[in-house]
Design a protein around this ligand. Structure first.
Ligand SMILES: Cc1cc2nc3c(=O)[nH]c(=O)nc-3n(C[C@H](O)[C@H](O)[C@H](O)COP(=O)(O)O)c2cc1C
Length: 182
């Protein structure tokens, strides 16, 4: 291996991600943590995944069948991202509220929330790949300006609408890629 873990971390910091707070209720307590690894996995059935550090306090709570919510943060929720990334530290929480919803606590004000049931937990190195089957969707009010995590800092989507991306589901011939052999 010609690189160390700091170089690997730095290289992956160049991939911008959205930020989500995953949350679940256990007895009377709500547990929540910030993840940048939340992404979609399958359209049919509707599956999503998040990679949870094996040593995170929430890791043992993701058992098959457990309900959890994934709450995609807006750009004005950066303080919540930081707060739920340091849930162990005594700190005044930024104002927020979890609402009971579809068997999981929903973080009010998120851009979108997905209620999921843990379908599989797959080991992935020092993380667990938690695969959730989506049970319900709550779309927040517009504008849904997302929080972006890039190069270890928070960002927001810049001005302008951007170029039109291909309609992936409309491609009947399958994707065409052009690349050089290496
Ligand atoms: C923007 C951002 C993205 C993060 N993404 C992940 C992630 O995908 N998986 C993960 O395990 N931890 C991620 N973390 C770190 C966890 O939020 C943090 O380690 C966890 O909440 C601490 O839990 P603990 O106190 O139980 O150790 C991220 C933190 C931030 C600020």
């Amino acid at each position: 291996m010609t690189f160390d873990s700091a170089a690997f971390r730095q290289s992956m910091s160049q991939l911008p991600t959205g930020v989500a707070v995953v949350a679940l209720a256990e007895e009377d307590a709500i547990h929540a943590m910030t993840v940048g690894s939340f992404t979609s996995l399958s359209l049919d059935p509707p599956l999503v995944l998040a990679c949870i550090g094996g040593r995170a306090r929430m890791a043992p709570l993701f058992a098959v069948g457990q309900m959890f919510s994934a709450n995609v943060l807006r750009s004005d929720q950066a303080a919540l991202s930081t707060y739920f990334a340091r849930a162990g530290m005594a700190e005044t929480p930024p104002p927020h509220r979890f609402l009971p919803w579809e068997g999981s606590p929903r973080l009010e004000g998120s851009a979108v929330s997905l209620a999921c049931r843990v379908d599989q937990v797959v080991p992935g190195g020092d993380h667990l790949i938690v695969i959730g089957r989506v049970q319900a969707i709550h779309l927040g009010l517009t504008p849904r300006d997302p929080l972006i995590f890039f190069d270890r800092r928070y960002h927001r989507v810049g001005a302008g609408t951007g170029d039109q991306a291909p309609e992936i589901e409309a491609q009947e011939e399958g994707p065409r890629a052009f690349y050089e052999m290496w």
